[in-house]
Design a protein around this ligand. Structure first.
Ligand SMILES: O=C(O)CCC(=O)C(=O)O
Ligand SMILES: [Fe+2]
Length: 284
């Protein structure tokens, strides 16, 4: 496969319309995981442990704030069933809402999306059950519906924060009032693009392109509930193939991690470990 064809500016500029929302540093970082070698990075740590008698394989890419990959979180059957479900759904071009509440399609993001109530279908219920059972330190009951995103060639999502910013409390929606801001993001991977389509974290110097069945996670907030500035991330441009991911945003309310924290700054990765392991490794 000749990647170089897709990097020729003249070929690519024709259909990648969002380039002005990207800087060169981030776009270059996007190309880091041409093949997924994140586990071989200097400083990356892999841990394996059992939760509910099931193996959890976790890769820590950055410790503070945490950016982690859960490998093989889902079985092949779960991935295939979920992709089947996606085929039958109506994906709509994603719009963006401006300060006045007007929706418009923007070059900031080019992707098709659909919202899925996990409980409505066996395939989505199954993946949601797995997430809840294998990542027990997070309260996934206080989460928005799943957002499925599908990117085709030239699709992208320029770097942004998931943490919501409102001009004033008057603009808060029901989610914000009742459950607080977007505490953390879990992205579940179902299909990876042939070329391009990593998720880049410019301020962490990291770029991830995990395999179908993997998921990755980070905190959008710090211990004090304010925005984690370092959580900025973007969906890198797709050069070939299709990328299918789904996002779960968990909200701040009743997150046990927040009550266990020792300080108000960036939240470190070891708070994601089961208590017994955390105590063994970090007790000295
Ligand atoms: O496409 C990606 O890799 C990132 C998606 C994303 O940032 C989002 O849905 O908020
Ligand atoms: Fe995002």
């Amino acid at each position: 496969y000749d990647n170089d064809t897709y990097y020729e500016d003249d070929v690519f500029e024709e259909y990648f319309e969002g380039e002005k929302y990207w800087d060169d540093f981030s776009l270059n970082l996007c190309e880091l995981p041409v093949i997924d070698k994140t586990s071989e990075w200097r400083g990356a740590v892999c841990v394996e442990y059992l939760v509910n008698f099931q193996v959890v394989k976790m890769e820590i890419l950055t410790w503070r704030p945490a950016l982690v990959i859960y490998r093989d979180l889902f079985t092949k059957t779960q991935v295939n069933d979920y992709l089947e479900l996606m085929k039958d759904r109506d994906f709509e071009e994603q719009s963006v809402v401006d300060e006045d509440g007007n929706e418009f399609t923007s070059k900031v993001r080019k992707a098709n999306g659909t919202q899925i109530v996990a409980n409505d279908y066996p395939a989505s219920r199954s993946i949601f059950e797995t997430v809840k059972s294998l990542i027990p330190n997070l309260n996934f009951e206080i989460a928005e519906d799943i957002i499925a995103l599908s990117y085709k060639s030239a699709g992208h999502y320029a770097p942004h924060h998931d943490y919501l910013v409102y001009p004033s409390e008057n603009e808060w929606d029901g989610w914000m009032r009742n459950y607080g801001n977007r505490f953390a993001t879990l992205i579940m991977v179902f299909e990876t693009a042939i070329s391009g389509g990593a998720t880049v974290f410019p301020q962490l110097g990291a770029s991830v392109k995990p395999n179908p069945g993997d998921a990755f996670f980070w905190f959008n907030a710090m211990g004090d509930g304010e925005q984690e500035d370092l959580s900025e991330h973007g969906g890198c441009p797709i050069y070939a193939g299709t990328k299918q991911i789904s996002t779960i945003w968990i909200r701040m309310k009743e997150q046990p991690i927040l009550s266990n924290l020792l300080n108000s700054g960036s939240i470190p990765a070891h708070y994601l470990f089961p208590g017994a392991i955390r105590n063994t490794i970090f007790s000295s």
